[in-house]
Design a protein around this ligand. Structure first.
Ligand code: KIV
Length: 273
């Protein structure tokens, strides 16, 4: 008699992320917005997939994250969820769908969870979104915070430069981080802040702190997939490491295809019915 041992693929949960922080195991997070790419990065071992509102930039070609709608976020998230076997899927609540009231924030989160099948939501801001965070959590929806450079507030900031370099803003960020943890957030993204400040926040919090442009002394890292794969080329912040040059790979492949089609070299005898 043969025993077929099924290898169980353990899904990443918010509880597991907490355990990873306790063990000192770093958390790897990337964005994805569609089925095909989500399938690849999930199988490659990513812990968290963020369906970020950066889809507004990299998928829709907008200059900011502000124009993307809740319906569009749900469309991207539902495509990602269908591909995922292991990763935790976190979905951004887009600009204009939570700032009005905590009730609006709750309704938007419930739509995301119900219509996309995502596992958690992410919301930008600190004390100003406290009521919304509490309301969303009260419905059993896990919430991830996002502090530092919060791109939905770009017109308030005026630039995408490093945040919280001054003491007052740094102190407010620390207070907000502690508040979000106290509210019950399972994790926190810190974007583009001094590494020393990020280190301080990560050491003060029990929940995992995931950095983007926040240095190495946090509990994990997140990058926008199109940036780290070298699909986008114009965006060159210091924190971005490009792990591939897919722009060149794709350009070369398409050049070859065009020339094969024009020369009637594609399809060949073996490629026809
Ligand atoms: O929308 C996004 O991609 C994000 C990351 C930059 C953290 O929020």
């Amino acid at each position: 008699m043969s025993i077929h041992k099924k290898t169980e693929l353990k899904k990443v949960t918010t509880h597991q992320l907490q355990e990873m922080k306790k063990r000192g195991e770093k958390i790897a997070m990337l964005t994805a917005y569609d089925y095909s790419m989500a399938k690849i990065i999930d199988a490659a071992g990513i812990d968290i997939i963020l369906v970020g509102d950066s889809a507004s930039n990299v998928m829709a070609g907008n200059d900011t994250t502000l124009p993307i709608t809740l319906d569009q976020m749900i469309y991207h998230a539902s495509s990602v969820v269908k591909a995922v076997k292991r990763s935790l899927v976190v979905v951004d609540i887009p600009f204009g769908y939570y700032q009005g009231s905590s009730g609006e924030a709750l309704r938007s989160s419930i739509r995301i969870m119900k219509e996309s099948g995502g596992h958690a939501v992410k919301i930008e801001g600190g004390s100003e979104v406290k009521d919304s965070v509490l309301r969303i959590l009260s419905a059993g929806v896990p919430v991830m915070g996002h502090l530092g450079l919060t791109p939905q507030s770009i017109y308030k900031f005026g630039t995408y430069s490093v945040r919280a370099k001054e003491e007052t803003e740094a102190n407010k960020l620390i207070e907000d981080a502690l508040l979000l943890q106290e509210c019950g957030c399972f994790g926190l993204v810190l974007e583009k802040i001094p590494a020393e400040l990020a280190k301080k926040v990560a050491s003060q919090l029990d929940i995992p702190v995931i950095g983007i442009g926040a240095g190495p002394d946090v509990d994990g890292q997140v990058l926008v997939m199109q940036d780290m794969l070298g699909i986008t080329t114009e965006f060159k912040p210091r924190f971005l490491r490009r792990y591939a040059d897919l722009n060149s790979v794709i350009t070369k492949a398409v050049n070859q295809y065009v020339s094969d089609v024009k020369a009637n070299e594609f399809p060949n005898q073996d490629e026809k019915y």
